[in-house]
Design a protein around this ligand. Structure first.
Ligand code: FMN
Length: 170
């Protein structure tokens, strides 16, 4: 059902996919799977590797799991079909409940990664660099004021893409 592809061959418009369709960032830690919605992210090349960079605040439960494993999967589902589910996964925490079960998403364990069945594309990442935004390094403080009123600066995870899988049929 899913075909492994070379990330360099992906044809998606990632501005549209990340910013408007939204992504799911999924962690698998000791058999536990949790996911969260993300509309910030970057796809590109760094240090000669294909990367997917994510920006995750400290308070996310997903972040806790990712910090343990240093791995995550970015999954894209059809944003029109699953808008309600994406919104739910982006407004409740897996600390309090099994969110995936709540929205009726199931998944398959794929090595160290969990792939949500409803996905159209899965991008498995291994973190090769982790950092955090710092107040003093904002050159345009509008972005600081608009996004970090509580000074809860995002962690920046540079994930080397170790697998990309596209759905072959619906
Ligand atoms: C559209 C949308 C986009 C979001 N993008 C991000 C993001 O890029 N980074 C982030 O840390 N949180 C983002 N969030 C918030 C998390 O998805 C939300 O806090 C979620 O409940 C965290 O779940 P967790 O505690 O189970 O990890 C977004 C939420 C929505 C609705």
């Amino acid at each position: 059902m899913f075909k492994k592809v070379n990330p360099y061959e992906l044809k998606e418009n990632f501005f549209e996919q990340i910013g408007n369709n939204w992504a799911l960032i999924t962690a698998l830690d000791k058999g536990q799977v949790n996911t969260m919605t993300a509309s910030w992210g970057t796809v590109g090349v760094l240090w000669h590797e294909p990367v997917f960079i994510t920006f995750i605040r400290d308070q996310r439960y997903t972040r806790e799991l990712i910090e343990n494993t240093k791995k995550y999967t970015v999954t894209f589902v059809d944003g029109n079909t699953y808008r309600k589910e994406l919104t739910y996964l982006g407004t409740t925490s897996g600390r309090d409940e099994d969110k995936l079960a709540h929205v009726g998403f199931d998944y398959e364990i794929h090595g160290d990664f969990a792939h949500i069945h409803q996905g159209l594309l899965h991008i498995d990442c291994e973190i090769i660099y982790a950092g955090k935004f710092r107040e003093e390094q904002f050159l345009d403080t509008d972005y600081l004021d608009q996004n970090y009123q509580n000074k809860d600066f995002s962690n920046v995870y540079i994930g080397k893409i170790v697998g990309a899988y596209v759905r072959e049929e619906k």
